[in-house]
Structure formats: structure tokens, C-alpha cells
Ligand binder design. Structure first.
Ligand code: ADP
Ligand code: MG
Length: 267
């Protein structure tokens, strides 16, 4: 379970994820500006902020999709700043939705199996052609992990459907399943409910909490209301900088945070 008392923190304990003065510029524009973020093992952390705050850019620097201009990213104390995305995944950083590509022409089950297999074989993520034809030494283990994930994401009864036939919400569930199947220590999600209606959004947040919250979570979200009930701590990003970090209640009450949201552009 996520830690209830996230503030009981021993400063000597190494954070699972740490960014140090992380900065990303696009030309003269500073999208991420000296961000020091520390996510502890077991914590459910949300990073919120108005559109354009730099959330996705921060996410991309953490996962390796973007190379920061300066600063560092550490995972379990190891400097991963210049490491390729798949190297980070192999170390336990599970992310959605960039690497976890759903293959529409494969069944739901095959999609989950590929993801589970990539970890079970200890080879990291291989090109799809190789994964499909690699003999599975641990067939049983992969099959049982696949069944487990299908049940957890509520798609067991749709396992034989082509992924391309899934409705938007079910496709998002499958994407979560692909992350889950890699058994990550840290789950990074960038606006997992984007494009969903309000009912589907609440179901997805509940699903994230149910299925992924025993892991360390870094959830990026622009809607502050969505993360209130599930987060141990919330970090507010505004104009590339951290404005506040604290419990959801403390952050929601913060005058500067309210200003940022009122002043920012909301969808
Ligand atoms: P958020 O995810 O919080 O909405 P982004 O990280 O997507 O914000 O964007 C932060 C700012 O950086 C925005 O002003 C955006 O226009 C700018 N930006 C993002 N990516 C690029 C890019 N590749 N080139 C130039 N500007 C970018
Ligand atoms: Mg974004």
C-alpha cells in the first residue's frame, strides 16, 4: 500500500527517483527549470500543473525520451541521465504510454504476453519480430503472469479480441496492463485519463489505485481534483518550476497554487 505517512521521511534513505536541478530548454525557452524532485519507495506522488507547465517535458526527461539540457536523473541512486529509455525500463522504471505500444493487430492476450515475456526472459524489450519468435523458456510463468494481469485490468473476457477493436477506455486499461506486466518498481503515467469522459476517468483512476498503487507511482495530471484522493503527496509544477509539494490537502489550500491554476490555461 502507498505510505500513509509520507512525511515520516528519513533523510538518509535514498529516494527511489531523484531529479537534481533538472532543466530542459527548447532554444531560449526554459520548459523545465531546475527541478529537484524526490520520490520515495512506496509513495503515490502526483505532479500537477496547468497546461504548458512543463509536466510532459519533465516526464520525458525522467523516462529518457528527451535529453535534459542540464541536471541529473537518479534511479535507486544510479545516474540514469544519459541512459536509453529501454535501459531505464530494465532497471524497473515502467512507463506509459510511449514504450508500451499496443499492437492493434494482435489480441489483447498477445499484447500482455509480449510485455510479460520481455521481462521474464531478462532480455529487456526486443523488437516485436524477435519477441514473437523467441522460444519461451519460461512459458508457464509468462502465461500465468499474463492471466493475472488480464484479470487485474478487467479484460479477461476480452482476451481474444484484436486490440484494435477495443473501445478507448478498454485500450487505456490494456496500456496499464502492459506496464503492469513488466512488474515495474516505479510506474510513470502521463495523463492516463486524457481523452476520457468523466465516468471513464473516475473508473481509470480507481483502476490505477487498485492495480498499481502498491508500487511507487509518479502520476502526471493536469486535473487537481482527480489526484486528491489517491496521492500521498502532490507536487505542483508551474512555468517549469516546482511551486509546492505536500499532502493533497496542504497543496489545495496553498494560495500560490490556487493563483497558478486560476492564472493558468485550463482545458
Ligand atoms: P504540460 O505537459 O505541462 O502541458 P509541456 O511539457 O508539454 O507542458 O510543455 C511545456 C512548454 O514547453 C510548453 O510551452 C510547450 O509549448 C513547450 N514545448 C514542449 N515541447 C517542446 C518542443 N519540442 N519544442 C519547443 N517547445 C516545446
Ligand atoms: Mg502534458
Amino acid at each position: 500500500m502507498a505510505t500513509a505517512h509520507a512525511d515520516d521521511f528519513d533523510a538518509a534513505t535514498e529516494a527511489l527517483l531523484r531529479t537534481e536541478d533538472l532543466t530542459k530548454q527548447f532554444g531560449d525557452f526554459v520548459a523545465v527549470d531546475g527541478v529537484n524532485l524526490e520520490v520515495r519507495e512506496g509513495e503515490f506522488r502526483s505532479v500537477i500543473g496547468p497546461n504548458g507547465a512543463g509536466k510532459t517535458t519533465l516526464f520525458n526527461c525522467i523516462t529518457g525520451a528527451l535529453r535534459p539540457t542540464s541536471g541529473a536523473v537518479r534511479f535507486r541512486g544510479e545516474d540514469v541521465t544519459r541512459m536509453a529509455p529501454h535501459e531505464r525500463v530494465r532497471r524497473g522504471m515502467g512507463r506509459s504510454f510511449q514504450i508500451s505500444t499496443v499492437f492493434g493487430g494482435l489480441s489483447v492476450r498477445e499484447n500482455v504476453r509480449l510485455s510479460a515475456q520481455s521481462v521474464a526472459e531478462g532480455e529487456g524489450r526486443l523488437p516485436i519480430q524477435r519477441k514473437l519468435f523467441t522460444p519461451t523458456g519460461r512459458f508457464e510463468e509468462v502465461e500465468s503472469r499474463t492471466d493475472e494481469v488480464l484479470a487485474q485490468i478487467g479484460l479477461a473476457d476480452r482476451a481474444d479480441e484484436y486490440a484494435r477493436n477495443l473501445a478507448h477506455g478498454d485500450r487505456r486499461r490494456l496500456e496499464l496492463g502492459l506496464v503492469l506486466a513488466t512488474d515495474p518498481d516505479l510506474v510513470l503515467l502521463d495523463e492516463p485519463t486524457a481523452g476520457m469522459g468523466s465516468e471513464e476517468t473516475h473508473r481509470t483512476i480507481a483502476l490505477i489505485e487498485e492495480v498499481l498503487a502498491d508500487r511507487t507511482m509518479l502520476l502526471i495530471e493536469h486535473d487537481i481534483d482527480l489526484v486528491m484522493n489517491v496521492s500521498d503527496r502532490v507536487t505542483v509544477l508551474n512555468r517549469g518550476q516546482i511551486l509546492a509539494t505536500g499532502t493533497p490537502e496542504a497543496v489545495a489550500d496553498d494560495d500560490e497554487v490556487q493563483q497558478a491554476y486560476l492564472g493558468g490555461v485550463r482545458e
